[in-house]
Write a protein that binds this ligand. Structure first.
Ligand code: FES
Ligand code: FES
Length: 181
């Protein structure tokens, strides 16, 4: 008897459970866009190079085009559709809006999901390749434009809106820090 090539699975997306049957080769990106009609997560390269499909898996960044849907079962998936608090935009969304952190907007959902995780990773003291002093006791480095550029380097923007993106991430990080204090 040939092995089955599809499985039933339950995905938890933005706090809601969805049960579906997928071919084992279906990526999380295609499951979100084609099966669950969540088209906020964008497909750019479909090979892990542009970051347009970035979502959060258990709060960590993941490019959904390289993640199989079956491997995402049991994890909490957050997409751009789920980052706002009801009518209230997430501080990162608001900062992108206020500071024009986009032009065509195609890369923006991925940029925003990535930035949300960047701010948390930085606050937790994770160093980046741009961090001078990586000793744990040194604590989080100043979130300079260089740090932000390095930490956001997996998210490409074909419109070249990088200057505003860096400013938006910096402002959202400041606000988040203020809110946590
Ligand atoms: S579409 Fe996934 S990284 Fe480009
Ligand atoms: S705003 Fe157009 S790709 Fe980034």
């Amino acid at each position: 008897m040939p092995a089955s090539t599809s499985s039933d699975l339950t995905l938890s997306v933005n706090g809601e459970k969805f049960t579906l049957t997928v071919d084992h080769r279906t990526t999380l990106l295609d499951a979100l866009r084609e099966r669950l009609d969540m088209t906020g997560t964008k497909k750019g390269c479909d090979q892990g190079q542009c970051g347009a499909c970035t979502v959060l898996l258990d709060g960590r960044r993941s490019v959904a085009c390289l993640q199989l849907a079956v491997a995402a079962e049991g994890r909490e998936i957050t997409t751009i559709e789920g980052v706002a608090d009801g009518e209230r935009l997430h501080p990162v969304q608001q900062a992108f809006l206020d500071l024009d952190g986009f032009q065509c907007g195609y890369c923006t959902p991925g940029q925003i999901c990535s930035a949300i995780a960047v701010i948390e990773e930085h606050a937790a003291g994770w160093p980046s390749a741009a961090t001078g002093d990586v000793r744990p006791e040194a604590g989080p480095p100043p979130l300079t434009p260089e740090e932000i550029r390095e930490r956001m380097s997996g998210n490409l923007c074909r419109c070249g809106a990088y200057v505003s993106i860096v400013q938006a991430v910096a402002r959202a990080a400041e606000e988040t820090k203020g809110a946590a204090a």
